[in-house]
Design a protein. Structure first.
Ligand code: ASP
Length: 334
């Protein structure tokens, strides 16, 4: 008999209306699932639910909670055929990215899902998202960290929240869907290859001081100079197009050089949801390349942030981290 473990972290899916807006309530979701026959249908796998404490709006998720989720999976890894992580949508793509690095040699599905409308509402996407995620977790075909939402199964470290209010809230513009739920759930051949024969292992993350800078016209780089201390271990720069930045030699270069001299790893990503960075294609990106910035290619910002946390937590030095940032570790880069 197939059995799936649901790890409930919080998010809209289990929220109720309060005078201060939607918020999660202890015990509410499990009670609701137990009372609803659909979640006990014979076509679904059996499931157990582990509720984390405190339940969170995912805006409040940190590295600490990522470690807790990974540890809950590690404790129960041999007891279940797959895991469904119920999570708020706001930072689901960050958590999915982080778990994809943390859960090494994963041989079972770990499916993150949630909903845009709470399960307690008459019209809600929660039911289908959870039911389909349970089926995918029991199927066992997607042996990686995935995100299921609005009929699509996405690679976790390629997903990004695309809509603040639509029910197809996530996309992975640089990676084919892993599966689509039509009349049947159809898997694509974008799924990661052969199962690993190495033992499953969890890497815990540390709260490494990193930053994200989004470039915009008129950005005054000198404002960022004070944060470029040796405390700052990594920065993701979200650049225009294929890696381009304004400011050139006089404004940005001294700041980048200072950061790099401090050992800060600078990763260049693009603000465009689709496509990749090509450092040096334009004069406006050559300077980043010459200064020693890392090319993030088509890494999402979510995956770049998670990967920096992961690589620093593994204790590698800056040179090794630069090399690995440009190397595909678990499907995050094309
Ligand atoms: N603020 C909520 C959260 O991320 C949004 C959601 O779940 O859709 O927890």
């Amino acid at each position: 008999m197939k059995k799936v473990c649901i790890i409930y972290t919080g998010g809209t899916i289990g929220m109720v209306k309060t005078p201060k807006g939607y918020a999660p309530r202890r015990g509410y979701l499990e009670k609701k699932l137990n009372e609803t026959e659909d979640f006990h249908n014979e076509r679904l796998p059996e499931w157990d639910l582990v509720e984390l404490y405190p339940l969170l709006d995912s805006s409040n998720m940190t590295v600490r909670e990522w470690n807790v989720i990974a540890e809950e999976i590690e404790k129960r890894y041999d007891d279940y055929c797959g895991f469904v992580v119920l999570h708020g949508t706001d930072t689901m793509a960050y958590t999915a990215s982080a778990l994809s690095f943390m859960l090494e040699n994963l041989n079972k599905p770990v499916i993150l899902t949630g909903s845009q409308i709470p399960l307690c509402e008459i019209r809600s996407d929660a039911r289908d998202n959870l039911i389909e995620s349970l089926m995918i977790a029991a199927d066992g075909k997607a042996r990686e960290v995935c995100l299921y939402f609005g009929g699509k199964l996405l690679r976790g470290n390629r997903a990004t929240k695309y809509s603040a209010d639509g029910l197809e809230a996530f996309r992975s513009p640089n990676c084919l869907y892993l599966a689509e739920a039509g009349i049947e759930i159809k898997y694509s051949n974008a799924l990661l290859r052969a199962p690993s024969d190495k033992p499953f292992k969890v890497t815990r993350l540390s709260p490494i001081p990193i930053g994200v800078i989004k470039i915009f016209p008129g950005i005054q780089f000198e404002l960022f100079e004070p944060i470029m201390t040796d405390k700052l271990r990594g920065i993701v720069i979200e650049t225009f197009g294929a890696g381009n930045v304004p400011g050139g030699e006089n404004e940005l270069l001294p700041i980048i050089k200072k950061a790099i001299a401090n050992g800060t790893v600078i990763t260049v990503c693009t603000q465009c949801p689709n496509g990749r960075v090509t450092l040096g294609a334009y004069e406006t990106s050559m300077m980043l390349k010459d200064a020693g910035a890392v090319c993030g290619y088509d890494l999402t910002t979510e995956a770049a942030v998670a990967k920096l946390y992961y690589l620093f937590s593994r204790g590698y030095d800056s040179d090794k981290i630069k090399e690995l940032m440009e190397t595909d570790l678990c499907g995050e880069l094309t």
